[in-house]
Design a binder for this molecule. Structure first.
Ligand SMILES: C[S@@+](CC[C@H](N)C(=O)[O-])C[C@H]1O[C@@H](n2cnc3c(N)ncnc32)[C@H](O)[C@@H]1O
Length: 219
């Protein structure tokens, strides 16, 4: 999947890359490792995520990846990147217009600049996709791809299976994260989340709720 993001965003070795909402760093680490001449910057809103990624960088001896901890909705910086990628972060956002304006300011001012995002949406009425397409004041969509919901359904089903198979090692993590009194409740919440995603995205053979990739160009 990581290579697919790189292909679809036409990323090349030597590019400066911004990964907005980098999470635990799966994409940033992949790019920094595979494209060693790229200079990668990841933005996340968690010091734990930053610490984890930096630990990985030390183990892998990577010197081309930097992590910024910030709330993207208020974060400002002077920056200019060849490629900006954002995987599964827009679900957490509310003001698409402002965020796209900000991101467009960070895109280099040349014609082939673009970025890609993955976004979940309902294939029936496609409300989320319509929303993203609506905000094209600062960027315009140049390409998009649909991915069957069956893949995410299977992933979520596997997460559920692994959680159930590892109940005893997960219990202390739930207790330290949510407190002893709430650990069972949160275990149920997580199981419900995995079950709902598996059912929703698997519905109608994966053609009702899907995943979309967009390629945008700076206007
Ligand atoms: C669903 S995860 C996706 C992580 C990663 N892009 C991936 O594909 O594995 C969403 C991530 O977006 C980031 N995020 C969410 N809200 C954010 C905010 N307000 N500011 C910065 N990052 C945020 C966090 O790093 C969070 O882990």
């Amino acid at each position: 999947m990581m290579e697919l993001y790189c292909e679809r965003s036409q990323l090349k070795d030597g590019h400066t890359v911004l990964d907005v909402g980098c999470g635990w760093g799966s994409l940033s680490l992949y790019i920094a490792q595979k494209y060693s001449a790229c200079k990668v910057t990841g933005i996340c809103n968690s010091v734990t995520q930053k610490a984890h990624i930096e630990e990985q960088c030390r183990e892998l001896q990577l010197r081309n990846l930097e992590i910024i901890v910030a709330d993207i909705s208020i974060f400002e910086m002077e920056g200019s990147y060849d490629r900006i990628l954002s995987i599964e972060m827009f679900e957490h956002m509310k003001n698409y217009g402002d965020l796209l304006k900000k991101i467009s300011r960070w895109m280099k001012d040349v014609n082939d600049d673009d970025w890609i995002t993955r976004y979940f949406f309902s294939g029936g009425t496609m409300p989320s996709v319509n929303l993203l397409l609506y905000f094209q004041d600062d960027v315009s969509v140049v390409d998009h791809w649909l991915v069957s919901g069956k893949h995410y359904a299977q992933t979520s089903g596997d997460w559920l299976k692994r959680m159930d198979e590892n109940k005893s090692s997960i219990k202390p993590i739930m207790e330290s994260t949510y407190g002893k009194d709430s650990a069972v409740k949160w275990t149920v919440y997580w199981r419900t989340f995995f079950l709902s995603v598996a059912e929703l995205f698997g519905y109608n053979n994966g053609e009702e709720w899907m995943v979309a990739h967009f390629l945008f160009k700076k206007k």
